[in-house]
Design a protein around this ligand. Structure first.
Ligand SMILES: NC(=O)c1ccc[n+]([C@@H]2O[C@H](COP(=O)([O-])OP(=O)(O)OC[C@H]3O[C@@H](n4cnc5c(N)ncnc54)[C@H](OP(=O)(O)O)[C@@H]3O)[C@@H](O)[C@H]2O)c1
Length: 283
């Protein structure tokens, strides 16, 4: 791909101050994409922006936004600012994520891992959805993980009040990413907006980077964006929605992640947790 392969593509990526998100942003910018990067720290976001600009191909732009994705008010403010500034949005990459050793509650009273890893992508996608539909063909890509294997959604203890273990909770939220993608893709059918998620492989983020793995990641992020039927390349990939990718291949996730009823139930609960009726009334 040349350094203008993604020129004129407007791509928003969360968690672009470090690790996978930063590497993906650098790779996307190198292909000429116009990036909107979201970070929660002014300093880290400024440093990341400079790195991404240094890697950028001709014509690529990098804009920065500050948002703490653990706060629903902050996610709403971010979406309002992005909608006001960008009449077109081609790709939303929900990448920010974290694992916490101890149970903590957000300002909204939600367990922190659930808030950052699942509800933030859910709410941000909902708030930006009409702009993505207006920009179709468009994509929503969410960074999931093989850590979803063996996890179940604890529908009777969603806020992890009865039990909390950081790694188990993380797995539940990564399962939620896949179920969210499944239901989102179903709801987006026929709109020209696809929703997919992927496992980036095990990446030593922040340091000790493995270029092979990171290029795999960038390619996974890019593939559904950059290959278009009209260019005669991989139309099957361009039209795939609701899929889980691993090592550039579409793979079946765990049986729990293929439970469409759980996906619908989780969607309804997530709407309530984000007071999504207010979102609808704002559209
Ligand atoms: N690393 C792996 O092996 C691996 C494997 C499978 C899946 N993943 C997934 O890949 C994604 C990226 O993880 P990573 O490994 O690249 O981790 P990372 O290096 O720790 O980067 C995480 C990113 O998310 C941001 N973030 C965390 N909490 C946030 C919040 N409350 N508000 C806004 N931004 C927030 C971080 O911002 P700060 O710079 O401000 O901290 C950072 O930019 C995650 O969804 C993770 O679940 C990672």
């Amino acid at each position: 791909m040349n350094n203008r392969a993604l020129s004129n593509k407007q791509i928003l990526i969360t968690g672009a101050t470090n690790g996978i998100g930063l590497a993906a942003a650098e790779a996307l910018a190198a292909l000429g994409a116009n990036l909107i990067i979201v970070g929660r720290s002014q300093t880290r976001t400024r440093i990341a922006s400079a790195r991404i600009k240094a890697a950028a191909g001709s014509g690529a732009t990098v804009a920065t936004f500050i948002a703490d994705l653990s706060s629903q008010a902050s996610v709403r403010k971010l979406a309002t600012e992005v909608l006001a500034r960008y009449p077109k949005l081609d790709v939303l990459v929900n990448n920010a994520g974290a694992m916490y050793g101890t149970r903590q509650l957000t300002k909204d009273g939600i367990e922190l891992t659930w808030a950052v890893n699942h509800l933030a992508p859910f709410l941000l996608s909902m708030l930006l959805l009409h702009r993505l539909k207006e920009s179709a063909p468009a994509r929503i890509i969410t960074t999931a993980s093989q850590a979803h294997q063996g996890a179940h959604i604890p529908f009777d203890d969603l806020n992890a009040e009865r039990s909390y273990r950081g790694s188990s909770r993380y797995g539940e939220t990564k399962l939620a990413n896949i179920l969210f993608t499944t239901e989102l893709a179903r709801r987006l059918d026929g709109t020209g907006v696809t929703a997919n998620c992927f496992h980036p492989g095990l990446v030593a983020t922040g340091f000790n980077r493995n270029n092979g793995l990171l290029m795999n990641l960038a390619m996974t992020v890019l593939r559904p964006v950059s290959r278009r039927p009209e260019k005669g390349t991989a139309p099957d990939v361009a039209n795939v929605s609701g899929a889980y990718f691993f090592d550039l291949e579409q793979r079946p996730p765990s049986p729990e992640a293929q439970d469409v009823e759980a996906a619908r139930r989780l969607w309804e609960i997530s709407e309530r947790q984000c007071a999504i009726s207010e979102v609808r009334s704002q559209e």
